[in-house]
Design a protein around this ligand. Sequence first.
Ligand SMILES: Nc1ncnc2c1ncn2[C@@H]1O[C@H](COP(=O)(O)OP(=O)(O)OP(=O)(O)O)[C@@H](O)[C@H]1O
Length: 338
Amino acid sequence: MIDRVSKRFPPAKRGGAEIVAVDDVSLRIERGEVFGIIGYSGAGKSTLVRLINQLEPVSAGRITVDDVPISELRGKRLREQQTGIGMIFQRFNLLTSRTVAGNVAYPLEVVGVPRAERRRRVEELLEFVGLGGRADAYPEQLSGGQQQRVGIARALAANPQVLLADEATSALDPETTAEVLDLLGRINRELGVTIVVITHEMEVITRIADRVAVMDAGRVVESGTTYDVFTAPQTDTARRFVQTVVRALPEGDELAQLRAQHEGRFFTISFTDAGASEARVFGALARAGVDFHLVHGGVDDIQGRVYGLLTIAVRGDDDAIERALSKIGPGVTVEEQR
Ligand SMILES: Nc1ncnc2c1ncn2[C@@H]1O[C@H](COP(=O)(O)OP(=O)(O)OP(=O)(O)O)[C@@H](O)[C@H]1O
């Protein structure tokens, strides 16, 4: 729980303005969910996440993790709570002089877990992340995806309740990203770990985040379920991000070009998974006897749910067109694009 939290840094230059990296942010992240944070570079995402595990102290407000007010703890009590929050990074941050097993064992050594138990736990963790045979390898002998798996195993070593992932897949290729996201999904489902993901990759959000917050200049400007934010963004910032993965309506030059290429009236048909599908919409149009064709758009998958946004050009008698379109049925919104 993040309650009216701010983080200010001293000015970069003497006499300059103070930097407000996080500005009065409140968020409730539920136990067991995958929560995404998106926003432009410098919006304050990394700082916010570093406040959750108190790598940085808050300037104002309060952070509670599992009912413990971590932002108010100091010393040993703080360190104990911090072990319950794992973190993974874009650059993996592995110790190059240690083997894979040595990296995963490190946090256990720090808290004094006996050697035999450490060994057992490391073996179990490496098995879980799919690196069973690589315990004695060094990080540089591994691919990026494998290194991130080591980072994940290390973050899980102390059985955390929460895992923070700061751009954890940004240095990986798409295939490896998919594998790491599957692993994070398993950690969430099978181990019940709450995951907070910062990313600039919107596919990461639509694949794994249940809910998402959009940050802009230190503030949360929008938050909601990933499906709601991605299908109906309320702010310009959210719209900009969402458009990189979810189809938008054609505008401006693109729309003018489409009109030049296609005869007829333009209608936008949007539908969510509340009972519609592309096939049903096209079926209904065909049965209604309208002469139409698709000029723009398609269907997206957001967290396994359907979102369709299609622009069609329709030719024919105005009355017949309107009668036909009104019959398309529930779950589908039809609007003329003028
Ligand atoms: N330790 C620090 N000292 C001073 N200023 C900082 C510090 N850490 C972050 N900032 C500033 O706080 C603001 C927010 O930075 P932050 O890294 O949290 O943003 P971000 O959204 O994570 O961006 P990016 O995706 O580029 O990491 C920026 O203006 C940054 O320069």
